[in-house]
Design a protein around this ligand. Structure first.
Ligand code: SF4
Length: 343
């Protein structure tokens, strides 16, 4: 059976008309499944009986199974271990951010990029997720939120920061976004979505196809040699080429590129780093997001002292870069950045 979540609105209209029904029924279905979260075709209203029977027989509204659910000790961050049809699992995390929730979504099982600071990177790539599997993570985390915190009913924001390099799977990410942005469905806007990349240049070249979403680059060091160690992908696509490509991205007024900067103890937060950053990035609309490194079992790096993080933040701010420090949520369930693992 094909999944309902695999269809764009246009594809659903084609399906509905191919069985002799009015295309308007496709819009009704989108609204009731995505906005009203009706999870059985029997309960869909205002469609013909014939269409209802067809859908029940041929299309599935089933979501992947959540095989484990962990809530952090502060009761705010929730991590789901989601099992796909072939038994592979990925993690999806619901994270509170200011007044809203954000859903951190995985785009692949494992990841090919092998970043040395990343728990997921230790596993290698098992496979890409398809658009249905990516979208289903959002739908099931949103359902959980509506059930458990009904006061938080607005569709949460999304960050593609879970397992995988989303630009390595850009076609499936693009299809998923098209469905999420559909007015009759969840009607998310590009401002609500941030995609984080390690700098996968072939995908970055097509970034403008992703409808104006926000981009976050895992930067971590302005020196290629050091970045090669942290992100081996940098050997193939060095910083100079990435920065050149970033300059071609169409940004809205007041839209910034986020540069994620993992601060690792005694490694990448000296005055030389500041000077090189100024040389490379002055003039680019960049916001720095500093992330004190989270140690994981067997990690080769150490967490920095907070006073060093604050010093680096001040230096960047004084150099004219808007800079924030990300407070880590959910460390106790390993749901912080770079700590996801399918095991
Ligand atoms: S940090 Fe991102 S790109 Fe790098 S290995 Fe981990 S999941 Fe892949």
């Amino acid at each position: 059976m094909k999944s309902f979540y695999n269809y764009t609105l246009n594809e659903l209209e084609d399906l509905v008309t191919s069985i002799g029904q009015k295309s308007a029924h496709a819009r009704t279905l989108f609204t009731q499944v995505y906005k009203k979260q009706i999870d059985s075709f029997e309960n869909i209203e205002n469609i013909s009986l014939e269409l209802k029977e067809y859908l029940i027989k041929n299309i599935s509204l089933e979501l992947p199974k959540v095989v484990k659910e962990q809530v952090s000790t502060d009761q705010k961050t929730v991590k789901f271990l989601v099992q796909m049809n072939d038994g592979r699992t990925v993690e999806t995390v619901l994270v509170p951010f200011e007044k809203k929730y954000t859903i951190c979504i995985s785009s692949q099982v494992g990841c090919a990029m092998k970043c040395s600071f990343c728990f997921t990177g230790t596993q290698g790539l098992t496979r890409h997720l398809d658009s249905t599997e990516i979208l289903a993570q959002y739908v099931l985390a949103f359902k959980w939120l509506k059930k458990n915190m009904p006061e938080k009913s607005a569709p949460p924001n999304i960050v593609f920061m879970g397992q995988g390099e989303p630009l390595h799977n850009i076609e499936q990410v693009k299809k998923c976004l098209g469905i999420l942005f559909t007015t009759e469905g969840l009607h998310l806007g590009p401002r609500q979505v941030t995609l984080s990349t390690a700098g996968y240049l072939p995908g970055l070249r097509d970034f403008n196809d992703l409808m104006g979403i926000n981009l976050a680059l895992s930067f971590h060091s302005p020196f290629d040699e050091q970045r090669n160690e942290l992100i081996p992908l940098n050997k193939a696509y060095p910083l100079s080429e990435i920065i050149k490509q970033l300059k071609t991205i169409n940004l809205r007024k007041r839209q910034f590129l986020t540069f994620e900067y993992l601060i690792i103890k005694d490694m990448n937060h000296s005055l030389e780093h500041i000077e090189r950053i100024k040389e490379l990035l002055t003039g680019l609309p960049v916001i720095f997001n500093l992330i004190p490194f989270n140690e994981f079992p067997g990690s080769p790096y150490k967490r920095p002292l907070m006073k060093d993080v604050e010093w680096f933040k001040e230096q960047l701010s004084e150099s004219g870069f808007h800079t924030m420090v990300r407070t880590t949520k959910g460390d106790d369930i390993l749901a912080a950045c770079g700590q996801l693992n399918t095991k």
